[in-house]
Design a protein around this ligand. Structure first.
Ligand SMILES: NC(=O)c1ccc[n+]([C@@H]2O[C@H](COP(=O)([O-])OP(=O)(O)OC[C@H]3O[C@@H](n4cnc5c(N)ncnc54)[C@H](O)[C@@H]3O)[C@@H](O)[C@H]2O)c1
Ligand SMILES: O=C(O)C(=O)C[C@]1(C(=O)O)C=C[C@@H](O)C=C1
Length: 302
């Protein structure tokens, strides 16, 4: 089976990118969309993010065989409740949220009896909103699908095909495992970036102008990540709390070891750690999995 009519709820970076990618896929998929913010709907129409931008969530999902919720993690339950009465009984409900356990539970509660197959494209930028999306966002990027136990295998396979048709590489895993992995690879890195940029700008001995003036190197890379959407990231930390706290404890233990090495002048410990992490970066690049976007991975990106 393949999805002929796709409804996108939330027309920001991720929803808009899905719409644009579907427009370009040549498969003739009909797309509809809705966003709670009227100004976003205006921009979505102007950019042609979907074939039909609706002013009502129910109208957007009527007749759809795939509905993808592309709203902040904390808005998933309300977005699901708003479409419940208008869904076709056969349709698949999915999402793109950055954490998976609490979303799976919220969607199962809000939409009893529907086929819910959560997903997370591990692709994004620090930009958000309807003008931020682009059709190639998912090319060669992972999309993790977390089918709940008992999910219909044919519908899971159709969702895998759907994401592959957008250019993504797909992996399936359990929602709790997803949340622990992403806590380390995405959520804590964002927390570190938000914190270090905040720390630097708060320091009394480093004026704001010095922070800006000398931010050409590593700090500049942190500022890109720390510019990510505050609503999105607040929700991620509220909803992936347990996994983030667990991984944060491990990170803080390692940071304390590093602090002790610096205090004790243990150059060998630092050299060994930095050599190990350099090897990790080099293996990512060798696998061709550093960022394929042409303007990323350079020190002069915006
Ligand atoms: N930004 C990233 O890098 C990235 C990557 C992968 C997944 N995600 C996930 O994708 C989701 C969307 O993120 P984004 O970056 O596209 O955010 P965004 O801010 O660009 O877009 C979200 C849109 O949802 C709309 N919205 C909010 N509540 C709504 C509701 N109840 N009904 C309808 N519309 C509603 C907002 O008006 C906004 O336009 C989030 O769950 C996020 O965790 C983000
Ligand atoms: O490239 C970026 O700007 C991102 O932060 C994208 C990123 C990530 O951490 O990799 C951010 C959150 C998502 O849920 C998925 C992707």
């Amino acid at each position: 089976m393949s999805f002929r009519r796709v409804a996108i709820i939330g027309l920001g970076l991720i929803g808009g990118s899905i719409g644009l990618a579907l427009r370009d896929d040549g498969l003739g998929t009909v797309t509809t969309g809705y966003d709670a913010d009227p100004a976003v709907r205006v921009r979505a129409r102007a950019r042609g993010l979907v074939d039909h931008v609706c002013d009502d969530p129910g109208e957007a999902v009527r007749g759809a065989d795939l509905v993808i919720l592309c709203v902040p993690v904390g808005a998933m339950r309300d977005a699901a409740a708003a479409i419940a009465a208008d869904l076709s009984p056969h349709c698949v409900i999915s999402d793109v949220g950055s954490s998976k356990r609490t979303i799976t539970d919220a969607l199962t509660d809000a939409l009893p009896g529907f086929e819910i197959i959560p997903a997370h494209p591990v692709a994004g930028t620090e930009h958000s909103g309807p003008d931020a999306g682009f059709a190639t966002l998912f090319n060669q990027r992972w999309c993790i699908i977390t089918p709940p136990p008992g999910a219909n295998p044919a519908k899971v396979a159709a969702l895998v095909d759907f994401w592959e048709s957008l250019g993504a590489m797909v992996e399936t895993m359990d929602a709790d495992h997803h949340d622990r992995v992403l806590a380390v690879t995405s959520h804590i890195p964002h927390l570190i970036a938000y914190t270090i940029v905040g720390t630097a700008s708060d320091m009394e001995t480093v004026t704001r102008s010095e922070v800006i003036k000398y931010s050409a190197g590593g700090f500049r890379d942190f500022t890109r990540i720390a510019a990510s959407d505050p609503t999105m990231w607040r929700d991620v930390f509220l909803h992936n709390r347990d996994a983030v706290l667990e991984m944060l404890d491990t990170f803080l233990t390692d940071l304390a070891l590093m602090r002790e090495a610096i205090r004790a002048g243990d150059g060998q410990m630092m050299f060994d750690t930095f050599s190990r992490t350099r090897a990790i970066r080099r293996s990512i690049v060798a696998l061709g999995q550093d960022d394929p976007r042409p303007d990323f991975g350079r020190s002069d990106h915006k």
